[in-house]
Design a protein around this ligand. Sequence first.
Ligand SMILES: Cc1cc2nc3c(=O)[nH]c(=O)nc-3n(C[C@H](O)[C@H](O)[C@H](O)COP(=O)(O)OP(=O)(O)OC[C@H]3O[C@@H](n4cnc5c(N)ncnc54)[C@H](O)[C@@H]3O)c2cc1C
Length: 667
Amino acid sequence: MSAPLIDKYRKMATFDWRKLKAAVEGEEHVRLKAEVVAKMKSEPIFHRDYRVLSREEHREVVHQRWKKIVEWGLFKDPYSDLENFHALTETLEAYDQGTSARLFLHGNVFGAAVKSMGTERHKELVEKIENNEIVGAFCLTEIGHGSNTAEVQTTATFDRGELVFNSPNVGAIKCWAGNLSHSATHVVVYAQLHVDGKNEGLHGFVIQVRCPRSFQTLPGITIGDMGSKPGCWQGVENGWMEFKNHRAPLSALLNKGCDITPDGKYVTSFKSASEKQSVSLGTLSVGRLGIIAKGMMACTFASTIAIRYSVARRQFGPEKGVENEVPVLEYPLQQYRLFPYLSAAICIRIFQKTFVERFTEYMMRVMMGEKSEELSEFSKEVHALSSGAKPVATWLGVESLGEARKACGGHGFLHMSRLNTLRDDNDPSQTFEGENFMILQQTSNILLGKVRSLGSIDTPMSTMSFLNKNPSKFSSWTSNPVDDVLSAYRYLAYHLLQMTASDAQKLKNSGKNAFEVRNEIQVHRAVNLSVAYTEHTMIDWVQQFLKDVEDVTVKNVLQKVINLFSLFLLERHLATLYITGYASGGKFGEELREKLRLAVAEIKPESMALVDSIAPDDFILHSALGASDGRAYDHIMEEFRKYTNEQPRWVCDLAQFLQKRSQHAKL
Ligand SMILES: Cc1cc2nc3c(=O)[nH]c(=O)nc-3n(C[C@H](O)[C@H](O)[C@H](O)COP(=O)(O)OP(=O)(O)OC[C@H]3O[C@@H](n4cnc5c(N)ncnc54)[C@H](O)[C@@H]3O)c2cc1C
């Protein structure tokens, strides 16, 4: 084989990838991640091959890795040490989402729920959570209810100073809770609270489910495992749990804003059931910000592996003969299939980082005890944007891995490419913490609520202000495609908002109830509205970020990246842009596509350095096709040769069978 072509492609770049990495991620983040990787490399338990593990092996290795991370003391609370938290999160998420799930389900889901819904009464427990003296799981979903959380069927009935938990029917059995099957000693469980014969609605509780020494379940609790799952989820103990008169102390109630008095009276400071529910389930919206990063990570892996492999892989050339074959990356079609996800990896990262910074600012104000109109508007805006960005990012992420796998041809299908496994790993990000189509409704509901104040919308992050003006139609392209794309998005979102609101009004006037109206405005209306609003904000924030980049070469290449990302996203709305009257005739669409093709072509010389700027360390990437040395064939063969191909026992049976067939044929 000739020397890898990868270096030739690296030299085509107009910028230094290290400078771009530092500008996008921050030097400290890059340094901290490298420290975590170095620690992992030094421990044999983190070394791995491409062998497919059994469920038991997978879970044991996840447990051992989790133990090591806990012993290292690397896990930090995001609000006390944001930088370290992000470095560890990103590295672990890239390494193996199963390992990170074990850690974060305990600290950031179970632990965060206890902290946000609990009070002084739960202080001792919080200390145990932080010291990893116990293992937690988060049990909201039931066999019969996932999205419709308000209707979960588990009951917690106040009885003689205690709480009695029951699963009244099969649909009420808790399921999907990670860490539950074997490890959890404690869980946050959601149930309908019954006091004095009255259902007070959905509440969060924290209960012990197992003895931390014998790991036997406590009386009245049955726990089981949900069986095999694809990808890294095989290593996650998603369990089910059934209650039969399980008795827990009253302190199990996570009693922020509500309680049961010693004489058995339910008291609450919540003004409405929806206020209580938003506190009970508030922890979930924080998780959505993290899940946006899963979409970014998926695009990162997809483009790193597929673009590096596309340089190693040579096929047809202008002339006959192997020496004339060109890397498949040279085909504009291959570039068109892969480069948009490379741009998405960078742009989603910039957007998510900006969002986390703004969210942290919001959380700090909440933690300082501020209560203001502006802060509640801030919370609404965070909710609208996170509920839109989680679907947009995770759909792009899963899509990118599917496209990358196909773009790598047959070898992409090998387990050692990691692309199919990564696709499986990322698949449920589209479902958990709010099924994507479901949570897009949160975004559109908030936007629809703004219709009456059009003209004076003023939100803390200014993501909705553009809706105040009726934007003009397309006239011509300017020299800045991103500005043009943003103008088109403004038109799109504004008109989708008008169309959705007007449809809702018509349906209401025709006598439909609120439930019917909400359902009937989704297709082609509310869903597209949420996506358009979110993508506009993403592109806008990335564009704003660019203004502060100092290095000219980095700025120039990032501009190319944003051009591609914005044109790629907008092209998906071409039909709706025409339907809403943004443009007529073929000119706008044809020019948009031409600009998109040009934006793709402009990325080609920069592509390998861009990949280097986003690619995780080879140890973390763990892909025979995507290694940074560009020697995909060598790595593939190295792996093939490990399969010694000893003759299996059944080959004797095959030989006998063939012999019998041939004797039979001769008769
Ligand atoms: C790998 C994995 C890990 C998980 N971990 C946990 C965990 O640790 N703890 C936990 O409690 N749960 C966990 N879950 C459960 C997860 O949170 C739920 O699966 C998720 O909330 C979706 O709910 P569901 O499965 O009931 O979907 P459903 O609500 O049944 O949705 C089915 C379909 O109906 C659609 N739909 C539903 N309602 C509407 C509507 N109003 N309008 C339009 N369409 C609608 C949805 O979009 C979806 O396409 C996990 C799930 C997975 C896959």
